[in-house]
Design a protein around this ligand. Structure first.
Ligand code: HEM
Length: 511
């Protein structure tokens, strides 16, 4: 894999700086919402416990867990161990930083329903610093407060409305077709006709190409036999930026300019913005040409952002770049895990194949309408995201006012760590939690205790994932892979999957 997800690496590593000037709003949904808390009787208020009453590991104990017990690289698994020790709500202290961990579906719901008008996840100071340095605009990941809401309201419609998202189907299907061709080539030239080495790496390139084709309305050639040099440099810069981000953020802001890697961090950002700038300007030139010739301006996401003039060019660039960064390894990791289970569990693969063929007989290319008739396909993705959530621990800061969760009152500016990973494996919500069971998502099989906040892989509320619909479209379309390959696939070297250099074996159906 080229890089770590920004969401995975950035969420809890950042100290929070909440935007100023925000007013308090009462949540209409919360059972014990802060609005009601304020008007509650003194008796009710007196019954509430405070942060001081919460148990949890000290800084030293956490250090021991991370480095003595080796949880540093698998911090998400620590959620499960700590919730067994301390219960569903506990505090972790890291010097001056106090984190409130929440590992129950009910309480996660309570936090999210009180997130206020401008939810704050993390302030990503290292990303913001680059933008300040080069006078670049913040995007949906780095912006906060009222400005963030303004950007989201411009970016949302064409990313989240089904009628707009379905118009990206052709572009993504073209990338799927190229991926299938690439697999055939790799099998023929490097895999004795059956093996494809480093499947996860190929999927990363698929995701990079897929999201670029939607965002920039252009093909970068990530799946070409020889990847263009400029594209290779672009992919490399994204990888380097993600590799350096968690290192930079470990140090105080004041020392960044003096750190040896800071210059490199800035230069990879420079390259990334330069490529994005070139692509956006190319599109603008195309639009100008069309206008000059009196032809209708044709296009999708970028064209719409540019011609609607709701954002300046710098703002478009800031947002498109962040969408690209959020949209690559998130989808490619999920597809890797889904294919891994399909490869290991032939009956699940077979059922999917039958479903796809029944909706798309012969050589029919799936449309977004076809996908809506494939519940098994969707259940496979939901189950994959439950077992391997891209964001195993999300965050929220109560930037607007104090809130009440689980009978405790938390002051303004409390940082909550939402332990989605632990909840995804809660056997009271998901029986046999370690087993890959897509059927649990089918209406007829749903467990009576199924909690809507048991698995929320794309987050919740107005700050939820901006790319959800596009990501789903990409993942659904590529999972119809077997339909196109006309081969079943099994895993080779499965113990390593989905890390780098893993091979998959493709066996002709007729064999
Ligand atoms: C399997 C694929 C993906 C998963 C599981 C995923 C998950 C998430 C999650 C959990 C969040 C945080 C939401 C919250 O705090 O409530 C998020 C935010 C975000 N995602 Fe995704 N994501 C995926 C793919 C994508 C793609 C393809 C794009 C771009 C097209 C994208 C763009 C974003 C952006 C821009 C944000 C920040 C939104 C904001 O802060 O306003 N994501 N994603």
């Amino acid at each position: 894999m080229f890089c770590k997800s920004l969401l995975k690496s950035g969420l809890l590593a950042c100290k929070q700086e909440s935007p100023s000037g925000l007013k308090c709003t009462a949540s209409a949904f919360s059972p014990v919402c802060e609005g009601r808390y304020r008007t509650a009787s003194t008796a009710v208020r007196d019954k509430l416990k405070t942060i001081d009453d919460l148990d949890g590991p000290s800084f030293l104990t956490s250090l021991y867990w991370f480095f003595g017990k080796g949880y540093f690289k698998v911090a998400h698994q620590m959620q499960i161990e700590h919730s067994k020790l301390y219960g569903p709500l506990w505090k972790s202290t890291y010097g001056p930083l106090v984190v409130i961990n929440v590992a129950s579906a009910d309480m996660i719901e309570q936090v999210l329903r009180q997130e206020g008008r401008y939810p704050v996840r993390t302030d990503m100071p290292h990303w913001r610093r680059y933008r300040d340095l080069r006078q670049q605009a913040y995007g949906p990941l780095t912006e906060m407060g009222a400005e963030w809401l303004r950007i989201r309201s411009i970016l949302n419609p064409r990313m989240l409305k089904p009628k707009h998202v379905s118009s990206y189907t052709n572009a993504i299907n073209e990338v799927v077709t190229d991926f299938v061709k690439k697999l055939a080539l790799l099998r023929a030239t490097k895999g004795n006709g059956v093996l494809v080495h480093d499947v996860a790496g190929e999927l990363y390139k698929f995701a990079f190409e897929g999201i670029s084709s939607v965002l920039f309305e252009t093909r970068l050639g990530c799946l070409n036999e020889v990847v263009p040099e400029e594209t290779q440099k672009f992919i490399f810069s994204v990888g380097e930026m993600f590799r350096l981000s968690p290192i930079v953020v470990l140090f105080p802001k004041s020392v960044w300019p003096y750190m040896p890697f800071w210059k490199h961090f800035v230069s990879v950002w420079d390259h990334l913005f330069k490529v994005a700038d070139d692509l956006v300007r190319k599109k603008m030139a195309q639009i100008d040409e069309d206008v000059k010739r009196g032809e209708p301006v044709d296009g999708e996401y970028l064209t719409h952002l540019l011609i609607s003039k709701q954002m300046s060019l710098t703002e478009v660039l800031g947002s498109i770049t962040e969408l690209l960064l959020a949209g690559v390894d998130t989808t490619s990791n999920t597809i890797s895990w889904a294919l891994y289970h399909l490869a290991r569990e032939p009956e699940i693969q077979e059922r999917l194949h039958k479903e796809v063929v029944s909706v798309c007989p012969g050589e029919k290319v799936p449309s977004s309408e076809d996908l809506s008739k494939m519940p098994w396909l969707k259940a496979i993705i939901k189950e994959t995201l439950r077992l391997y959530p891209v964001v195993p621990g999300n965050a929220r800061v109560t930037a607007e006012s104090e809130i009440v969760v689980g009978g405790y009152v938390f002051p303004k500016n409390t940082l909550f760590h939402l332990c989605h990973y632990a909840v995804s494996y809660d056997e009271t919500i998901f029986p046999e939690p370690h087993t890959f069971l897509p059927q649990r998502w089918l209406r007829e099989h749903k467990h009576p205790d199924h909690h809507p906040f048991g698995s929320v892989p794309f987050g919740f509320g107005i700050r939820a994932c901006l790319g959800r619909r596009v990501a789903e479209l990409e993942m659904y379309l590529i999972l119809t892979l077997r339909h196109w390959l006309l081969t079943a696939f099994t895993v080779y070297h499965h113990e390593l999957w989905p890390n780098a250099e893993v091979s998959a074996k493709f066996t002709d159906l007729s064999i």
